[in-house]
Every structure is written in C-alpha cells, then in structure tokens.
Design a protein around this ligand. Sequence first.
Ligand SMILES: *Cc1c(COP(=O)(O)O)cnc(C)c1O
Length: 369
Amino acid sequence: MNFGIDDLPVRDELRGKSPYGAPQLDVPVRLNTNENPYPLPEPLVERITERVREAARHLNRYPDRDAVELRTRLAEYLTTTGKHPLGRENVWAANGSNEVIQQLLQTFGGPGRTAIGFEPSYSMHALIARGTGTGWISGPRNDDFTIDLAAAERAIAEHRPDVVFVTTPNNPTGNAVPAGTVLALYEAAQAAKPSMVVVDEAYVEFSHGASLLPLLDGRPNLVISRTMSKAFGAAGLRLGYLAAHPAVVDAVQLVRLPYHLSAVTQATALAALEHTGTLLKYVEQLKAERDRLVGELRGLGYDVTESDANFVQFGRFADSHAVWRQILDRGVLVRDNGVPGWLRVTAGTPEENDAFLDAVRELKKEQSA
Ligand SMILES: *Cc1c(COP(=O)(O)O)cnc(C)c1O
C-alpha cells in the first residue's frame, strides 16, 4: 500500500488539492507561462556576476534584513516610471510577488477573515488565501471579462472582505481595469469594513495605459504589487515588491521571516535595476509583438480579448482543451487556464509567434476544408 498525502494529518482545507503549476512539456515553442522570451543581455549578466561575487565575500553574515539599498532603488524605478514620488519607506520586497501577496494575507487575512477576487483572474490569489487560512470569495465578471462594478460593489457590501484583489492588467484575460473602477472598489471596500485593496500590477509595464501608483496618494489601505518576473525578464530571480503607505510596510514586517531575502537575490536585483533602460526596450518589442498577435488572430476570425499584458486570450472554442492539444501537436505549447472557450498565448520572440500563428492558421484551414 502506498502511503500518501491523505494518510498524513494535513489541514482539512488542503486535502485532495493539487499544487499550482503549468504543465511544462518539452516542445520547441513554449508560450504558456508569460515569461519574457529574451535572455538577460550579456552586460547585465556580467554586472550580476560582479555584484554576486562581492556579495559572496560576505555570505558568512546574514543579509540586510530590511533590504534598504534594494528598496531605495526600487522606489527610484517606480518614481521615474510611475510618475509618482515614492521613497524606500513606501516599498517592500520579497521572493517574488507571490511572497509579497502571502505576507499581505498573513498580515491582513488569516483564519476568520476573507479575501475576494474577480474571476477568472490570477489563481494564486485564491491558493495563497487557502494556504494562509483566509476564506476566499469568488467575485463576478462580465462576459467580456471586464469587472461588473455594480455586482462587485454588491459582493463587497455583502461579504465585507478583509482583502480585495484587483489584477490589472488581468491574468489570464489580458485586459486592464480602468482607474475609476479601482477607485470605486476602494471606496466600496472602505465603506464595508474598512479593508485592504491589493492591486496586482505584475504586467503593468506592458500596458497601453499608466500604472495606478498615483492612486496611493491619500489611500493608506491601497497596495500595489509588482514583480521582476515579467517585464524585467527575471522570473528565475524571484523578486517581487509592493508600494504602499509606510504603515503597510511596517505591518508586513510583523510576518516576514527574518532575512527572507538572500544577499545573492538582493545583489542580483540591484544589478538588474542598473539596466532598466535595456530591459524596458525588450518590453517595447514584446508590446509590438503582442499587438501583432492580437491583429493576426482577429484577422483569422478569432475572438481576442483586449490585451494590456504580454499575452493574449483568444477563442472562442467549443472545446478549448481539444484546440490546446491540436496546437501542441504542432509543437507550440499555449495555456489552457480552464476559462471555458478560451486559451492564452504568451507573446514570445517574432519567430516563436510566427510558429504559433502558423499552427493556428493550419487549424483554421483544416476546419474550413
Ligand atoms: C506572473 C504573475 C505574478 C508573478 O509572480 P512572481 O511570484 O513575482 O513570479 C504575479 N501576479 C500575477 C497576476 C501574475 O500573472
């Protein structure tokens, strides 16, 4: 007999659940996890090596627990690109924005408390809620994947959640949430509880519009989370961060593990921040490729959700999983997020995107033949 998870005294809410993860298959073109397709430029690799070598000389010591230099540089990056002045007291960093979100839920959620998200959206919000013992409420969206504001306001008034998640641009649908909607949700959340509103801006660098950072002004219960995993092309680094009122930064320090951010991580992230100019040029290329994917897919007759991210949601399919498989049979891995009728493709290099477009063109031809 096999001894398995269910034979262990794991918490009830974890029983029968599976871990998060996109299936990684060994195929030529992988456009399924919204990674940046471009390896880090060689001068940056050199700079990382230098900074990590220097950090290695001090690895007998614990790292800077408060990551002061890194938070200062992140604040500068946000100030320049977000057109909103922020200091290091407004910024907190952790191992990926997933850890930032976990720390936020440990601080503001937890047993006896609830969080709401408007689904389909980033499934990790619900999973981290579960892992932190926070109750999860699945809020509504319109058929076109915009947030149904009236229904969302009603859900907030009814459930009085402690944490409200808004992902903009949204994953997996790609569309951005207008600032006015976020403001209305913030007002509704304050009237109901008051509660924290967490705006997940993992893809904001790819957006046609601006970051919502200026909304932080005068809204101490608003948090904006960011990551170096997407626009910075550094998913392997594991560096996420938040911007908020300094009181929020003080609060998350109550739950963070001491020395959670290794000296090697801090050194690598600092090197990357010296090269934001180059990294953001790749973002411009990816935005152009994203727009090309949207245009080509629409030209082929697919429905495409407006995208402000580095990926595109397309449909509609009677059986999206069958289409996912047919595209995979042509050597291209896209993502079936379980949104009925829709698939998601990440914008890759021009060559990868051509391979994807060839595959779906072939499918269209077969259907009409
Ligand atoms: C990819 C993604 C993240 C990034 O998580 P990291 O832990 O920073 O890699 C966060 N939020 C959303 C909506 C994402 O799609």
